[in-house]
Design a protein around this ligand. Structure first.
Ligand code: 6CS
Ligand code: FE
Length: 309
């Protein structure tokens, strides 16, 4: 397959124009988002929905977050990623496959219907993770485009995926919220540098390859005019386009900044071989097996069975 988004080049990178639509043949008739909201997503590359989940639902979400963290504290497997300089959990991947509660949550109609509308097709989960960013010790995620990594290291063909980040603990300006550059999804920043084999063993802790150079970030900031931060109460949800430039700072506050991320990929955009010259990353990072479209479920999170799990 032709590589229309080459990156990890030698020498000076160039900035390429996006070659894919942002919203894929959808209108306000195709889901819960109205025309203005769709236009703002098209323009900015992200969408923040405060309090999409209620206070009562947040109580269940936070209980399940704590349960998942405690269950994984002593797990020494690749899908549980510890912080580089401590034994704190940085991320737990593949929660839509290996955790029943989060598996159910990933099919919730309130988020799947939006993903389907933005991607203009049925969807499946390409990747899921809980990023815990614990108080005092949660380290940063440097600037990057997810799509650059997913294209080069996982073989995601085109820009037709969206990350859904459900805020599980209040995201304040001081505990490392996600930072985004509006409009950055319209440009593809080529990165410089060869991709090492098993790069994920390093990059999931601290990404140094597949990150844009300073001039390109400055160029995007000048174009976008500002850096936005996705702050808001637990239960809010951020949808951000796969190519939107984002990152987040370390968390030296006492308050954790924990979010669960479901990466919805269009069923028309299944992964092929990586475009970088490496072997495909493991299944817990990039789903290739039993890919089937999600049917949106009307889940009652405060129902007895969930509330007491
Ligand atoms: O490599 C990846 O797939 C992961 N890395 C980052 C920094 N964001 C996307 C994803 O979780
Ligand atoms: Fe990311």
């Amino acid at each position: 397959m032709e590589d229309v988004y080459p990156s990890r080049v030698k020498g000076k990178p160039t900035i390429l124009e996006r070659k894919d639509p942002v919203i894929h043949n959808s209108t306000e008739k195709d889901g819960p988002l109205d025309r203005n909201t769709l236009q703002s997503y098209e323009e900015n590359g992200y969408l923040f929905l405060p309090n999409l989940f209620s206070k009562e639902e947040v109580e269940v979400l936070q209980r399940e977050l704590d349960r998942n963290m405690n269950e994984n504290k002593s797990v020494n497997e690749p899908h549980v990623v510890k912080e580089a300089q401590s034994d704190e959990i940085r991320s737990v991947f593949d929660v839509h496959n290996n955790d029943e509660f989060f598996q159910n949550l990933s099919t919730h109609e309130r988020i799947v219907n939006i993903a389907q509308q933005l991607l203009g097709s049925q969807v499946y989960i390409n990747q899921s993770r809980i990023n815990f960013k614990p108080g005092f010790k949660g380290k940063d995620f440097y600037w990057h485009s997810d799509f650059e990594t997913w294209h080069m290291e996982d073989g995601m063909p085109r820009m037709r995926a969206v990350s859904c980040s459900i805020i599980l603990t209040d995201n304040h300006d001081y505990n490392g919220p996600l930072l985004l550059i509006p409009g950055s999804h319209k440009y593809y920043i080529q990165c410089v540098g060869e991709t090492p084999e098993n790069h994920f063993e390093q990059s999931l802790k601290m990404q140094n390859i597949g990150v844009p150079d300073h001039d390109s970030i400055n160029w995007l900031l000048e174009k976008g005019g500002k850096i936005d931060s996705a702050t808001g109460p637990a239960g809010s949800v951020l949808f951000f386009e796969c190519n939107t430039m984002h990152g987040s700072n370390s968390n030296i506050s006492p308050l954790p900044r924990s979010n669960v991320f479901f990466v919805f990929n269009s069923i028309e955009n299944k992964l092929v071989d990586p475009f970088a010259n490496i072997s495909p990353r493991p299944e817990f990072i990039a789903n290739r097996k039993n890919i089937k479209p999600i049917s949106p479920q009307s889940i009652n999170l405060t129902k007895k069975t969930f509330a007491l799990s």
